[in-house]
Design a protein around this ligand. Structure first.
Ligand code: PGA
Length: 250
């Protein structure tokens, strides 16, 4: 099985109603992309974004969900609520969530199961810090996060894995192509070991300072099936350039 290609945008805590014009422009510029395209805006914009781009090829996702369906959890949002608002995907275990909200592999695993219960695709994020890389621990760290954050039952249809080195997020620093290849080849082998043919089809995204100017070379790396893009997903022109680079990739 070959993994499908996915360009995913993570707006993080950015975006007001006026910014929906960007996603409308993106939908107009890319009416039938040759790859999957997803935007994950803040939760407040999920429903209005779905309305604004209804009928387009762009899917909409959340940036986090709670592990349970409903209840006394002030300020949280469940996977069912995201789906009800029109989301089809949810980012889980992003390093900013792991840092700001003390999320662990165990909590990410529960959230992944919650996402599946709501028929959402879980985009599970992993990645090492600069210190861990400098200490030569990258593969141990990402291997541990992968094992701990993914529940049994991952398939090519219900799960995406995003490798995002913490030190590359929002910094303009990008690992070398060899460093990206080393991690992606390792993750692919681990996914196949655990999930068999399904593991071969789980899309593996690279994330961290992806821009139109470096997207072609990153998408040329083995086992890179797309990108999770922060800053460069906010403007239609930038994200459009990344979508086009992924369309060009073999
Ligand atoms: P960046 O963020 O593209 O702004 O580096 C990536 C991410 O955190 O998903």
């Amino acid at each position: 099985m070959t993994a499908r290609k996915l360009a995913a945008g993570n707006w993080k805590m950015n975006g007001l109603a006026a910014d929906l014009a960007e996603v409308e422009a993106l939908a107009k510029a890319h009416p039938s992309p040759a790859v999957d395209v997803l935007i994950c805006p803040p939760a407040t914009l999920i429903a209005p974004m779905c309305t604004r781009i209804a009928g387009s090829a762009i899917a909409v996702g959340g940036q986090d969900c709670h592990a349970v369906e409903k209840g006394a959890h002030t300020g949280d949002i469940s996977a069912q609520m995201l789906a009800d608002a029109g989301a089809t995907n949810v980012i889980l275990g992003h390093s900013e969530r792991r840092t700001d909200h003390y999320e662990t592999d165990a909590s990410v695993r529960l959230k992944t199961q919650a996402a599946w219960s709501a028929d959402l695709v879980a985009i599970v994020c992993i990645g090492e810090t600069l210190g861990e890389r400098e200490d030569g621990e990258t593969l141990d760290i990402v291997g541990g996060q992968l094992a701990g954050s993914l529940p049994d039952g991952c398939t090519a249809a219900n799960t995406v894995v995003a490798y995002e080195p913490v030190w590359a997020i929002g910094t303009g620093k990008v690992p070398t192509l060899d460093q990206i290849a080393e991690v992606h080849d390792f993750l692919r082998a681990r996914l196949e070991e655990r999930f068999g043919a399904e593991g071969a089809g789980i899309p593996l995204l690279y994330g961290g300072s992806v821009k139109p100017s470096n997207a072609d070379e990153i998408f040329g790396v083995s086992n890179v099936d797309g990108a999770l893009v922060g800053g460069a997903s906010l403007k239609a022109a930038d994200f459009g350039g990344i979508i086009e680079a992924l369309e060009r990739a073999e």
